[in-house]
Structures are given as C-alpha cells and as structure tokens.
Design a protein around this ligand. Structure first.
Ligand code: ATP
Ligand code: MG
Length: 444
C-alpha cells in the first residue's frame, strides 16, 4: 500500500479531546472517526486491526468446538419480557418502535435470543453440550461514553453461550472458555488475568473478568503478583486438566473492587506479593444455570424420561475494546512509538524510501521490494511522499508496523537497512527479512 493512495488521515498533533493514549493514537492516525457520542466509524487502519483481532478470537472459539452463528442486532421485546429483563435492563437498552408499533430493541447482549433459538430446535440431552457464539455489534446507551472505543455505545463483541445437561458438564464448558480466553489474549500479546467477578445484570453464581493491567483502566484490581507467572501451556481439552487450570489461577487472590475484601486480601497475600492497581476488562465469563432457560422454558429430555431446564453460561470478549487495550499496553506515548504485535498489526513492515525528486529509482526499488514481500504474505506500507526521512519515520512509528526498512541512494544490491521497532538496525538481505517475518507470523 502506498501512503499517498491510502486513507490514513494523520493529524500533526494529539487531539485535545482525547484523555487516554489509545484514544489519542486512534484519532491521531485516523483509525476511527466519531459519528456521534459513543458511536464511531472504523477507518481502514483501525478496521484492519479489529478484523485481525476478530479472526484470532474466532479461531480460538472454533478450537474448543464452539459453532459460529449470527444473530441480528435488532431484537423483539417479547423474549426479554419472558426472561423478565425488559424492565430490569433499564436505560442502557435502546428501545425502538417499528411501523406496526411493535416494541423492538437494539441488542445489548443475546442470552434471550440464543435461548429462544435453542428451545425451538433442541429437545434432547443427546444434543448436549452445545457451544454457540457470534461476533456482532451491540448497543448499550452508556450514561457517560468515554475514552473513544473503550467505553462507547455501539461496540463489537464476541458473545458465546453454552448449554449443558447439569452443573458438572456446565463447569466443563465454562472451563473450555476459560482456557480459550487465556490463549486468545496470549496470541494478542496481552497478559490478561482472570479475576473473580460479580455477575451484574447477567446474573448467576460463577464469573471471571479477564483484565489487563493499565493505569488508565476503569477496573480497580487487587491481586497476588504470583498470578502473572502462570500460563496455560500444555493444557488440553480434558475435563481434569481444564479443572486444574482454573484451580491453578484461583489459588491466588485476584479480584476486582466489587468483590474486594480487605481482610481476606491481607490474610491470603503476603505484603510483598500484594498488587493494587487498575486494569481494563477485555472479557467476562459467567455461569448462571437455569436463569434464562427456566422462565423461557428451554428444557431437554433426560435419559430416564424426565425433563430439566438446560444449564447455561455466557462468555463475552470486547473485540473493539481490545484495539484500544492493545494500544494502552504497547504504545510508548512519550516517544510516540506504537508497535503492534505482529498478529494484529495493520501492516507487517513499513518501507521508507529516501526520495529524490530527480530520481525515481529509489521508489522503483521500494515497489519491487514491496511486491516481493507481499508475494510472501507480508503486508507492506510504503511512504512514497516527498517528506524528509525523519518525518517519515515519525509517521511510521505512529502507524505502528513492527518492522521498518529504509531505502536510500546507497542501498545497493540485496543488502537492506532493516529494523525491528525498538531494536538496533541491521543490514541484511531481503531473503533474510522475509525469513524473519515469516517465522514471526507463524509463531504468532
Ligand atoms: P463493563 O464492566 O466494562 O461495563 P460489562 O461487564 O458491562 O463491561 P459484559 O456484558 O461482560 O460487559 O461484556 C463483555 C465485554 O464487552 C466486556 O468485557 C468488554 O470488554 C466489552 N464491553 C462492554 N461494554 C462495553 C462498552 N460500553 N464499550 C466497549 N466495550 C464494551
Ligand atoms: Mg463485565
């Protein structure tokens, strides 16, 4: 992609309305554009990143056997009256009337709709477990939308739902999502800690929020530092190993402020291991049994001939919020350098030609190199403007491709000036560059 032909409207300075660094950068490099309070258009750079995040989220859902569906954004109020949440949900729900005067709403979440889908088709325990998910826009009329796409009104969410025959099987499903979340966030190069959480308006009795540390986060957290040394490596989808994985995390005190208890915290965590800080919620999982299946009559036939309400859980990931969360975690605001993890970078490598007005050969060479990289599945962006080298580097540092190549008059033959952002530049061949990037892309 040539910068001159791209739609990347970069601003010279930080926009004054943005209070946190993700919002600043997203406006600065034109990833998003506000259309009204808490509602945004996604421009090419932002959209590319979000789509890559979505792809990783999808792959990790599929790996645990979840099946993708797509439910509509607009829902009928009927099912929400059945569950009893139509009144309870309050002002965050955007309510609409259609031309027949029917009460509709823009879905803030989908427990009711998916329960309705389940009950209309599945009647036997033999069809269980079922794990269904979709990735779809949600609307919540947040009282104070802020921080750009971090807390907005229309946002993109992955929400999954599990249906099981009893508590034991339902916990098994819950633990599959627990693992899949750890793996998803790891592929995004984030350390997300599962923390015991309140269930809020979704209701239920078992719940974890997945939180990444960030000074600008809205969740206050209390945790045992040792939880950061844990990982999910080697865990398979067996019931026992999944249970062990959750226990491994749960042995360390880690909660958000709603669940915080000073006495317990101080009893369970030695002083040197205590960490009180802030974080961003990027995912939230719940188990709530028959909270929806009972009022909505979603039951299955059991082996002995009896019937029982199906046991459900729900599992959300803030796909659009993750774009901001990654920036909060990776953006060096002081030096104005963003380095996207290669798994979600809008471009893998930036090509920076030191242009010369009377000589097209440098741009020609850049184009050739770009073509060769693209043919190897490596996404490139070339700065073909007449700006000077330092302003080109500044611009590319904001766009955030994790690698850069500078091409000048002295660039001869195959040897190029290559740099991984934040590391020492090196002079290596295009072949070697392709090898390094391919390896990185496979690994992530
Ligand atoms: P929060 O506590 O941040 O208000 P929530 O508990 O209401 O979130 P869930 O219903 O658990 O959110 O939604 C699942 C995920 O969707 C959250 O973990 C978060 O990443 C994302 N999300 C929720 N609300 C918003 C919002 N207003 N803007 C952007 N993302 C959101
Ligand atoms: Mg939540």
């Amino acid at each position: 992609m040539l910068i001159s032909k791209s739609f990347i409207p970069i601003l010279k300075n930080n926009p004054s309305e943005a209070k946190i660094k993700s919002h600043q950068l997203m406006l600065r490099v034109g990833m998003i554009k506000q259309s009204s309070a808490g509602i945004y258009s996604w421009l090419p750079l932002g959209f590319k990143v979000m789509k890559k995040i979505e792809k990783i989220v999808r792959e990790e859902q599929n790996k645990i056997g979840a099946q993708e569906i797509l439910m509509p954004t607009i829902q009928s109020s009927e099912i929400w009256k059945e569950s009893g949440r139509y009144e309870d949900y309050g002002e965050e729900m955007l309510r609409i009337k259609d031309r027949q005067d029917r009460e509709m709403l823009y879905g803030p979440t989908n427990e009711e709709l998916v329960t309705d889908i389940f009950r209309s088709s599945l009647k036997s325990y033999k069809s269980l477990p079922q794990l269904l998910y979709h990735i779809q826009w949600k609307f919540r009329d947040e009282i104070r939308p802020r921080f750009g796409i971090m807390r907005c009104r229309e946002f993109f969410m992955k929400d999954a739902y599990s249906f099981d025959i009893n508590d034991e099987e339902a916990f098994f499903s819950y633990n599959k999502f627990f693992l899949s979340y750890l793996k998803t966030f790891k592929r995004l190069n984030l350390t997300a800690i599962p923390m015991a959480a309140d269930t809020g308006p979704i209701g239920g009795n078992l719940s974890h929020e997945f939180i990444i540390l960030a000074e600008t986060g809205e969740s206050k957290i209390f945790t045992d530092k040792r939880v950061f040394d844990l990982n999910s490596d080697g865990t398979n989808l067996e019931k026992k190993s999944l249970e062990d994985l959750r226990k491994k995390y749960e042995q360390f005190y880690s909660v958000t402020d709603e669940k915080f208890n000073k006495e317990e915290f101080e009893k369970q965590v030695s002083e040197q291991n205590r960490l009180i800080t802030k974080g961003i919620e990027v995912g939230h999982i719940f188990y709530f049994g028959d909270k929806y299946s009972k009022p909505m009559g979603a039951s299955v036939d059991l082996p002995g001939g009896k019937k029982d309400f199906v046991k459900m859980g729900s599992y959300g990931i803030g796909v659009s919020r993750l774009v901001g969360a990654i920036i909060e975690a990776k953006y060096d605001e002081k030096n104005e350098v963003m380095k996207w993890p290669i798994s979600v970078a809008p471009y893998d490598i930036a090509i920076i030609p030191m242009m010369n007005k009377n000589d097209n050969s440098i741009l020609d060479k850049s184009n050739k190199i770009s073509l060769e990289l693209e043919n190897n599945g490596i996404e490139t962006i070339i700065d073909d403007t007449d700006e000077n080298l330092s302003s080109k580097i500044k611009k590319m540092n904001l766009i955030g491709a994790p690698y850069q190549i500078i091409i000048g008059k002295k660039t001869e033959g195959e040897i190029l000036e290559f740099q991984e952002v934040g590391k020492e530049p090196q002079k290596i061949s295009l072949k070697e560059i392709i090898k390094i990037l391919k390896e990185q892309k496979v690994k992530n």
